[in-house]
Structures are given as structure tokens and as C-alpha cells.
Design a protein around this ligand. Structure first.
Ligand code: ADP
Length: 522
């Protein structure tokens, strides 16, 4: 299959969270299965600074409110994979310090930025002759692609042959804007209605993805159920229930080339089941770097997280007086809302040698916390999938998680981790006590750690499920199965020559229209 995957962040080029990990490793797994994957991502300052080998392959004009603007399309290889990453570059939109905004805030022109990105993805897919069988869109930033495929390119001879899959990585972020910004989407005002982009008087981009894509998915089966309930639906549960026959849960995998304690170059020592001395060295290094008392044998509880309400930082803070009574140390690496950053920094000041807090984003330290801790805390209020609990299982760091979303689907209570149901400090305290007590029984603990480390989180299994989803999307759109065999693609040089020449006309061939199933039309 020829797959175009669009995401607002892609590891290792630009990352704020788990979405980047998925967008950086699912394409590699799909390529290993023999599919041709092109990834699209905006060209942020972060990408520029990542030092990746990038070259320009096209320039094209993208319609914007009141005219058009040029986008440069740059190309790089996804490290270690047969995957091309195309970056949409325009300094005015993406050449900024942050990805979504400065210090936890949103840029005021995010609608314009991501509308520009989505239009560039559609146009570039056509101009570069990628001939996609399926567009895999991710989260609200790419939702407008689904709208353009339906309304702008519904009659395009190339793009109308592609189905669309929309994956929700986090329903808590929806891209909501005032109605007067509708012209910035480039869509006709008539699409601002309660069956399409309107949501309680506002434009809701994520909702667009939910109504326009052929098939929907999210990143765990449990979360797929939760978002269809009033409590977990963030107001969109009705829309999701309506499409429940087309909504699937596929749990994320872990990228072995990044997260494997036996080969992790970011660790001071490596280890594996049966050869655990390296983990003890990581533990010592973690104590040193986070200012914990060196040589202490107290269990270390670790946490690496965006410091936002979703991650359960408030119940962790509420539980700290009781957890502080236990013979444990705590390390936290994270950044986010100031109220949490301040409260955590205060805790560290009050308990020097017992609590270490590092505010900021630090890839290397994240690996060390995962490897050097004994127990990993993930008390999330909700968690679509969660990577950190899988990482900690792989690193033999027993997770304590709230039983929600992907955490409930991946951690087996009492077998390879500990979970608690109710979202309150007491629940967390009880689960931490159980973990600490289990750790005091070394034989059982060692067995639990070994079981955790042997769990299989390979992307290959999840990638296979995505392929079935892509096939289903094509069938739902009334499109024939994607052709097998070696796809033909023009050489880059000729792509560049042709790209940008054609005008942004909307093709409306009858034959192309006929290929569309009636189900796709509004
Ligand atoms: P989310 O996507 O909601 O942030 P996930 O658990 O799915 O949560 O993924 C988080 C990813 O981001 C993990 O790879 C984690 O190690 C990384 N991460 C989060 N905060 C930091 C930080 N402050 N420094 C380094 N890595 C971080």
C-alpha cells in the first residue's frame, strides 16, 4: 500500500509527546511489512536544529485566506528506515521557538498554521505523485486534511482514490476556534453546521476528523470505549457513538531502536533479563544526577511526564505526605503548567536527598529515569495509550498506574505492575504501598521484573492491525483494494521540475467522481 501519514510532530525531528513516537516508528514498521510510507510534518525550528540531512524537493502554492502562499517541501529519511519524511516549510508559520505555542500556551494563529499544513499535505501528495491509497491523519492538527479530501478533492482523479483514517491520540485537545475564523479553513461557510465542523457555536477541527474520515481509531481498546461515554467523551461522545461501528482501538508499540535497555546508547550501562548489573549502575547514576543520597537502597519512584492535569500530578501531590512516610525516594522529570512545576520544586527543596526534581525536557535524563528507578508512577486521570508504562516495563521498572485507557490495557495488576481504580490520592498511596511491599520480597520482585521485561511491545504487531484498518477504510469508502506490487514513483529531480507548476484547480472529472462511493458524499 502507499500510505501518507501526516502528524504535527515526528520523532526524532520534533517531539513534545507520544504522538511523535508513534509518527516516527509506525511508518518504519509499515515499511518493514513492505508498504511505501511518506510522512508529512511541519518544518519547525526544532527540525532545523536537529541537524538532519534535509533537501528541498518542491515548491508549491497553497491557498490561504485571500490568496495563496508558497510552501517549500523538504525531504529527509527517517533514521534506520525506508521511509521518506516530507517537511512543509514556511518560516512565517513554523520557524518559531515552540511547536504549538510558547510555554504551555497556544499560538493565536494555530488554525492558520495547521490549515496551511493540511492543504500543503494534500497538494504535495498530488504534485509529488505519491498516489496514496490511504491518508493516515493524526489528531486535530491534521483533521482538516480529511475535510479537504472530502470537499476540495472529492473529484480529484488522484486524491479521490485515497481513503482516510483518522487516529485520536488524545481527545482532550480538539483545536477549537471562534466561528469568524471559518474562512481560514478554506472551506465554505455551509460546512459550519452541527453535523460537520460546528461544536456549540465554535469551529472544532477534531470533530471534522471524526465526521469526515472513512475510519477512526484510537490508541487502545479501552480508550476507544471510554471516549464514547459522557465522562470520557469531552463532549464528542455523541459523535463518536454515532460512528462506533467505524471506531477501533490499536495499542501503540515501542520503538526497539530507541527503547531497549540492552542497546540504549543514552544509558551509562546496559542490561537485560539475567544480566541486571547495568541497571544497578544506572540507579547509582540517577541518584547522583538527581541529588539523591548516594548508595541509598531505598526504592526509587520515577516519573517523566508533561506536567498537565491529565497526568494526575494533583493526586501525586496529594499523596506525597503519605508517600513521604514510606522508605522511598522520588525523582521527577517534566515540564508544563507552572502550578505543578512550582509545587514539585517546593517538594524537592523541602526533602533534599530524598526528592529530586528536574524541570524541562531532557531526552537523555528520561532514559536514565526509566532505567535507574525501581518503580514508575503513572497516576493519569486519563491516558489514551501511554508509552511510559510500556517503556518502564521494558526497562524492568515496575509501573504503578491508574486503571484507565491504555494503562488498563497494558499493565496486569499484581503480575507485572500495580494499578488502582479510583482517581484520588488514597488509591495511589495504596498502590505505591503494595509496590514497596512487593519489593521487600526479592525473589518475587525479581520474577516480576523479568516478566515485565519480557513483554512484547513490537510495532510489527500493531502495524499489521493498521494495515487491516487501512484496507477497511478503503472498503468503507467504496474503493477497490489497494494494488499490490512495486509502486512506481518518479525520481525526485523530475518531481521538483513539475511541482508547483499546476494551478490549484479543483478537478471535477466525472470518472473520478464515479469512483467515489455514495457513502463518502455528504
Ligand atoms: P503523552 O503523549 O501524553 O505526553 P506518553 O506516555 O504517550 O504521553 O509519551 C510521552 C513521551 O514523551 C515519552 O517518550 C516520554 O519519555 C517523553 N517525555 C515526556 N516528558 C518528557 C520530558 N520532560 N523530558 C523528556 N522526555 C519526556
Amino acid at each position: 500500500m502507499r500510505i501518507v501519514l501526516a502528524a504535527s510532530e515526528v520523532a526524532p525531528f520534533a517531539k513534545t509527546g507520544g504522538l511523535a513516537d508513534v509518527a516516527g516508528s509506525l511508518p518504519a514498521a509499515l515499511a518493514r511489512l513492505g508498504h511505501e510510507v511518506s510522512v508529512f510534518c511541519p518544518y519547525y525550528l526544532q527540525v532545523e536544529e536537529s541537524g538532519a540531512m534535509i533537501r528541498e524537493v518542491a515548491r508549491l502554492f497553497v491557498p490561504v485566506r485571500g490568496g495563496q502562499k508558497e510552501a517549500r517541501i523538504l525531504e529527509a529519511r527517517l533514521p534506520g528506515a525506508e521511509v521518506t519524511v516530507f517537511f512543509v516549510a514556511r518560516r512565517e508559520f513554523f520557524g518559531r521557538e515552540g511547536i504549538y505555542g510558547p510555554g504551555g500556551y497556544e499560538y493565536l494563529d494555530n488554525l492558520e498554521r495547521y490549515a496551511f499544513f493540511c492543504r500543503a499535505v494534500c497538494r504535495a501528495s498530488r504534485e509529488l505523485e505519491l498516489a496514496p491509497d490511504v491518508f493516515h491523519l493524526n489528531d486535530w492538527q491534521t483533521a482538516l486534511c480529511a475535510a479537504y479530501l472530502r470537499h476540495t478533492y472529492g473529484g480529484d482523479p488522484v486524491l479521490s482514490r485515497a481513503a482516510s483514517v483518522f487516529t485520536i491520540h488524545n481527545l482532550g485537545y480538539q483545536g477549537v476556534y471562534p466561528p469568524w475564523k471559518m474562512p481560514d479553513t478554506g472551506l465554505a461557510r455551509e460546512h459550519f453546521n452541527w453535523k460537520e465542523l460546528e461544536f456549540y457555536g465554535q469551529i472544532n477541527l477534531l470533530k471534522g476528523g471524526l465526521v469526515y474520515a472513512d475510519v477512526l481509531s484510537t490508541v487502545s481498546k479501552r480508550y476507544a470505549r471510554e471516549i464514547q461515554t459522557h465522562e470520557g467523551g469531552y463532549g464528542l461522545d455523541g459523535v463518536l457513538r454515532e460512528r462506533s461501528g467505524r471506531l477501533f482501538g490499536i495499542v501503540n508499540g515501542l520503538d526497539d531502536s530507541v527503547w531497549d535497555p540492552a542497546r540504549d546508547p543514552l544509558l551509562p550501562a546496559r542490561y537485560s533479563v539475567g544480566r541486571m548489573a547495568g541497571k544497578r549502575r544506572c540507579r547509582g547514576e540517577l541518584q547522583k544526577q538527581m541529588g539523591l543520597r548516594p548508595g541509598s537502597r531505598r526504592p526509587i519512584l520515577g516519573l517523566v511526564s508533561r506536567l498537565v492535569e491529565q497526568k494526575g500530578i494533583d493526586i501525586l501531590l496529594g499523596a506525597m505526605p503519605a508517600i513521604g512516610e514510606l522508605p522511598v525516594d522520588l525523582v521527577v522529570l517534566g515540564s508544563g503548567e507552572h502550578r505543578y512545576e512550582n509545587a514539585l520544586a517546593d517538594l524537592a527543596d523541602r526533602r533534599p536527598g530524598r526528592i529530586g526534581v528536574r524541570l524541562g525536557y531532557d531526552e537523555k535524563l528520561a532514559h536514565l529515569v526509566e532505567a535507574g528507578s525501581d518503580v514508575y508512577l503513572m497516576p493519569s486521570r486519563y491516558e489514551p495509550c501511554g508509552l511510559n508504562q510500556m517503556i518502564s516495563l521494558r526497562y524492568g521498572t515496575i509501573p504503578v498506574v491508574r486503571e484507565t485507557g491504555g494503562l488498563a490495557d497494558t499493565v496486569v495488576d499484581g503480575i507485572d505492575g500495580f494499578s488502582f481504580a479510583d482517581y484520588n490520592p488514597e488509591g495511589l498511596i495504596v498502590a505505591v504501598r503494595r509496590a514497596v511491599s512487593a519489593m521487600s520480597r526479592p525473589v518475587g520482585w525479581r520474577r516480576m521484573v523479568a516478566r515485565a521485561m519480557r513483554r512484547d511491545w513490537s510495532w510489527d504487531r500493531s502495524a499489521g492491525e493498521y494495515v487491516r484498518l487501512y484496507e477497511l477504510a478503503r472498503a468503507s469508502a467504496g474503493l477497490p483494494p489497494a494494488k499490490r506490487g512495486k509502486p512506481k514513483r518518479k525520481r525526485v529531480a523530475s518531481r521538483k521540475k513539475n511541482a508547483g507548476r499546476s494551478t490549484p484547480k479543483e478537478v471535477s472529472g466525472r470518472a473520478a467522481k464515479a469512483r467515489r462511493s455514495p457513502a463518502r458524499k455528504k
